[in-house]
Design a protein around this ligand. Structure first.
Ligand code: NAP
Length: 178
């Protein structure tokens, strides 16, 4: 038994990229993964792949811009596996541009997905973690939030927002940035 084996881990943005790779690795190591993203067809394929390899996976089509959707993802973890150990808030977007370009719609979308999407995850899982007496948040941020480079000022701003929540949740449950 490793520290990962048997853990129930929900992952947002699991339909591609880092979220998909994270789900595969955790499932391979014995975690029961609960996959969330908008593209249900990709989530279904990933869940089937995990299941064929002997792992356990459930999935739900969610948009992290909706609080209720995060609540559904957390509920699925509890219904299917009886608990939630970890919520990995990975879903994120980065349509970078110069501020001069005034792509206000892109700014709004980054704020909604990268900041509010993480906060809605906290709102959905924190009451469950409190009730259980355990639980971890993992927030996928970016080096862009540490060293700001041209064209990434809005993205960088959305990727440093983990810090306040980490301080707020510092005692229990735990929150970490990855
Ligand atoms: N790639 C990098 O070099 C890099 C570096 C540092 C940090 N990051 C961070 O790592 C995370 C994953 O990035 P990635 O490179 O793996 O990108 P990606 O391949 O584009 O994956 C993004 C994931 O987020 C999901 N997503 C986007 N908007 C969503 C929404 N409104 N609701 C639910 N899910 C949504 C997408 O799924 P659907 O489209 O199916 O919803 C997809 O699964 C992001 O937070 C990103 O900022 C990436």
């Amino acid at each position: 038994m490793t520290g990962i084996e048997g853990k129930v881990i929900a992952i947002t943005g699991a339909s591609s990229g880092i979220g998909e790779a994270t789900a595969l690795l955790l499932a391979e190591r014995g975690a029961k993964v609960v996959l969330g993203a908008r593209r249900a067809d990709r989530l279904a394929s990933l869940a089937a792949r995990i299941s064929t390899a002997g792992g356990e996976a459930a999935y739900e089509s969610i948009d992290v811009k909706r609080h209720d959707d995060l609540t559904r993802l957390v509920a699925l973890a509890r219904e299917r596996y009886g608990k939630l150990d970890v919520l990995v808030s990975n879903a994120g977007i980065g349509p970078i541009s110069l501020l001069d370009d005034l792509r206000v719609d892109d700014w709004d979308e980054m704020i909604d997905v990268n900041i509010k999407g993480v906060l809605y995850g906290i709102a959905a899982a924190l009451p469950v973690f409190r009730e259980q007496g355990f639980g971890h948040f993992v927030h996928v941020v970016s080096t862009a939030g540490l060293k700001i480079v041209p064209m990434q000022s809005v993205y960088a701003g959305t990727k440093t927002r983990c810090a306040p929540s980490r301080r707020d949740c510092a005692k229990k449950p735990a929150t970490s940035c990855a």
